[in-house]
Design a protein around this ligand. Sequence first.
Ligand SMILES: CC(C)(COP(=O)(O)OP(=O)(O)OC[C@H]1O[C@@H](n2cnc3c(N)ncnc32)[C@H](O)[C@@H]1OP(=O)(O)O)[C@@H](O)C(=O)NCCC(=O)NCCS
Length: 343
Amino acid sequence: MEIEPLDPAAAGSSVLEGVHEVVSAADRLDKPGAPPVTFDAAIGRLENPQPNLGRALRWVARRDGRVAGLAALYFPDAENSHLGLLELTVHPEARRRRIGTAVLSAITPELRGRTVLECWNVTKGGAGVAFGTALGFEVVDETVFQTLSLVGADRCAWEVSPAAGYRLHTWHGSAPEELVTSYADARRAIADSPFGRSAYRFPRWTADRVRESEADRRRRGIDHRVVAVVHRGSGRVVGFTELQLYPHRRDLGYQGDTAVLAAHRGRGLGFCAKAAMLRLLLAERPDVEQVVTSTAAANPYMVNVNVALGYRTTRETVILAQDTEKLARRRAQRSVARGWWGS
Ligand SMILES: CC(C)(COP(=O)(O)OP(=O)(O)OC[C@H]1O[C@@H](n2cnc3c(N)ncnc32)[C@H](O)[C@@H]1OP(=O)(O)O)[C@@H](O)C(=O)NCCC(=O)NCCS
């Protein structure tokens, strides 16, 4: 077996087709009910991953010349520069042959300077958890994935107005100058949401960071939409919801953060902002068929808000974590206890 770096922009078509085949076959098994992943969506996601994950390194594992596995390491920056994030997928037909173990062993040295390695979105009760547990990872948090089908959705629940004293303000791409500072303050309220024992730290948003993040999304062709809740008395943003649409996945909306500052909670403002976002989407992006979102399982309030909007729970996932020092020690034992990491 060969493990080689993958640069999606430079890779040949047979490698990219192999990558698509691994992603499609793994999704059919690990994410039942998820819409099939087209070639453009699978490769587009490699070239244009979720913002804020930082630099990415990618690899493919080939067995008898065919792509049998894929891995990516992300290196987030700022308050998360202690963290590495791993995505690792082995073709279902090639599993239990130590390919996952060998790939993890090969890429571990790249984690220099990072103290914790986490794998997000690992299907609860699936092969990823069994694999992670066998290799020393721990489950540190649980997440619920929910999906809303816009085709034929019951839209009655979306017809809500903000509570007295508040108004909604929506924008694409760039927050209005007069709202950007209070919007950054409202974004920080996301830090009140639970994240289990994950080592991830929520960003300390400032107006400058909002502008950097907007510029990054513009560069990547991401359609980023915000519905903000503005307190009429102060003129400040006190809550918001965001949604993004990627150029390689025009049929799917990714509902991102939603938060309301503590002093303004209990008035249905989060629900109202999310409902307005769905109305907007329907009116302006009729090509979007589904919206997906993930929420901490320990946040039943938001899970239930989503259910009231028409989302249904499609997948339960966990976050796995391990200290990189422990990971490196296990790797070093490989030469002593030959076979622990695979051949
Ligand atoms: C997780 C995944 C990458 C494992 O790849 P793999 O090549 O099959 O893993 P390995 O053969 O190296 O497994 C190493 C050990 O993990 C454990 N393990 C792996 N898959 C398992 C399963 N389905 N059930 C029970 N134990 C499992 C076993 O102890 C195994 O050693 P053994 O086969 O000698 O008993 C693969 O199942 C996958 O792509 N899953 C979907 C994506 C995912 O969940 N990724 C998260 C990775 S952190």
